[in-house]
Design a protein around this ligand. Structure first.
Ligand code: BG6
Length: 468
């Protein structure tokens, strides 16, 4: 993702001509060996039809490699020597390591003289594994960098449709007056993936879907859906509003965790016609890690009083399908009902689809053509905005392209501020504590299903159902 994004940025002429990339990992490679590895990965990821040899060479020639492991001063000195004559030009460090290494790596960078007042540092989620450890990470990084130079990456914020949510809400008159508990019945956020562990066993086991997806991506989406209008589109105004939402999430008790959440773990099954192994089979041992989570929560503020937010995410779902669904309330009185309320009237629904295709769909009731001898017949029809069609010809960028460019240019709007991460963890910790106390175990589901049946019951108890 990172090199492919840099490749695209470079191809579009968005990086400075003398841009330089110092790549680091624990293993030893020469510059040429590492460049060759990146080249193979680029060709694979970008696809032969978009792979341009000249552009790839231009990127590869800017990459050098230095092996580095946190705490090894001589290795960091080697990095420093490679950028010695460029330090005053600005340096952005991108850490994509386990969170326990963020602090030690930053300290090693500082010891090698690589932390100057203009150095920026980016950290790929997860920031810790709970509130306490995220504070440790934030303190360690905060001791070396000012907050406005710390870029916490949540790649969902780099996705066009997530940014489009802000455009939709605040660039149109239509939605904002209705965007509250008076008109909205409930909100659903679904992020379904067909993939399983993808060779990430050592990271994923013990982490699980709640920490891997809900704590960051889904709560970021939720905060954008639910925030008050920021006064302007700038990093402080937007993040101030998001953090207020995160702090208004209703904390879980053990009883609520039992009633309002479901943990699942995939067993063997079939996804897209392919037979796949179960989680513990892939792992090679028993585990209670959840690969699916569904939950219901509330945002305890004036705008959202009484509006349930349903969240679900899982691996080995039937389709790769991510969307936000806003279900409006029914009209106050149906003039079409002959025998009581209803008569085919469905409440309006706004569906913002992130994956696989980006589109926005609003369902409205329309009259079915006809003479209506037996009474007016209405049918639900969709007003569709396919972003792929509306902006045909424009390449859909990888989320990281936007984020890397913002990091290089120093715009933190689409990065997560310390108080946001900590508010996210605080709420997640309440759910994890609830799970422990109430002994909520991961329930098996067959790969290729939308989680355990209890996830369906969770929403149907309230008279709603998951949008599929
Ligand atoms: C990552 C998670 O943050 O997001 C992965 O660690 C997950 O487990 C991925 O697969 C999903 O991202 P996307 O962009 O493919 O929806």
């Amino acid at each position: 993702m990172l090199f492919a994004s840099l490749y695209n940025l470079m191809r579009d002429g968005l990086l400075p001509d003398d841009f330089m990339i110092v790549a680091s990992g624990r293993s030893e490679h020469s510059d040429d060996e590492f460049r060759a590895e990146v080249d193979v990965a680029l060709a694979q990821y970008i696809g032969q039809e978009h792979y341009d040899r000249v552009a790839a060479q231009a990127l590869l020639s800017r990459i050098v490699y230095c092996a580095a492991e946190a705490g090894k001063g001589d290795q960091f000195a080697c990095i420093a020597s490679r950028v010695a004559d460029r330090k005053d030009r600005g340096l952005a460090v991108y850490m994509s390591t386990p969170p326990s290494l963020f602090g030690p790596t930053a300290q090693s960078l500082a010891a090698a003289g690589l932390v100057t007042p203009s150095t920026r540092i980016a950290m790929e989620k997860p920031i810790g594994k709970d509130l306490a450890s995220s504070k440790e990470v934030n303190n360690a990084i905060g001791a070396l960098f000012e907050e406005d130079r710390i870029f916490r990456v949540d790649h969902y914020l780099g996705k066009e449709t997530v940014q489009n949510l802000i455009a939709l809400r605040f660039g149109n008159m239509l939605f904002e007056p209705l965007w509250n508990a008076n008109a909205i019945d409930h909100v659903q956020i679904t992020v379904g993936e067909t993939v399983g562990l993808e060779g990430r066993v050592s990271y994923y086991d013990g982490v699980g879907a709640l920490r891997d997806m809900v704590q960051n991506h889904m709560l970021q989406i939720l905060s954008i859906i639910a925030m008050e209008p920021p006064a302007r589109y700038d990093p402080t105004a937007v993040r101030d509003e998001k953090v207020k939402v995160l702090r208004s999430l209703r904390p879980f008790t053990a009883e609520m965790a039992k009633q309002n959440s479901v943990r699942g773990q995939y067993g063997g099954g079939a996804v897209n016609g392919e037979i796949v192994k179960g989680y513990t089979e892939e792992l090679g041992q028993a585990s209670d890690t959840e690969t699916f989570v569904a939950l219901k929560t509330h945002i305890d503020n004036w705008r959202w009083a009484g509006v349930p937010f349903y969240l679900r995410t899982g691996k080995r779902m039937p389709t790769r399908h991510s969307e936000i669904m806003i279900r409006f309330k029914p009209v106050a009185h149906s003039i079409f009902a002959k025998n009581g309320f209803g008569s085919g009237l469905e409440p309006n629904t706004l569906i913002i689809r992130l994956q696989p295709q980006e589109n926005i769909r609003l369902t409205v009731m329309a009259k079915e053509p006809g003479l209506d001898r037996g009474g007016v017949k209405l049918r639900e029809v969709g007003l569709d905005v396919s972003l792929t069609t509306a902006f045909a010809g424009q390449r859909r960028r990888i989320a990281y392209e936007r984020l890397l460019l913002d990091l290089i240019e120093g715009d933190p709007t689409l990065f997560v501020r310390r108080d946001e991460v900590e508010a996210q963890w605080q709420w997640i910790d309440s759910l994890i504590a609830g799970w422990h106390e109430a002994e909520v175990k991961a329930v098996p589901y067959a790969a290729g299903n939308w989680g355990p049946s209890s996830a369906i019951a969770l929403i149907e108890r309230d008279g709603a159902s998951w949008h599929e």
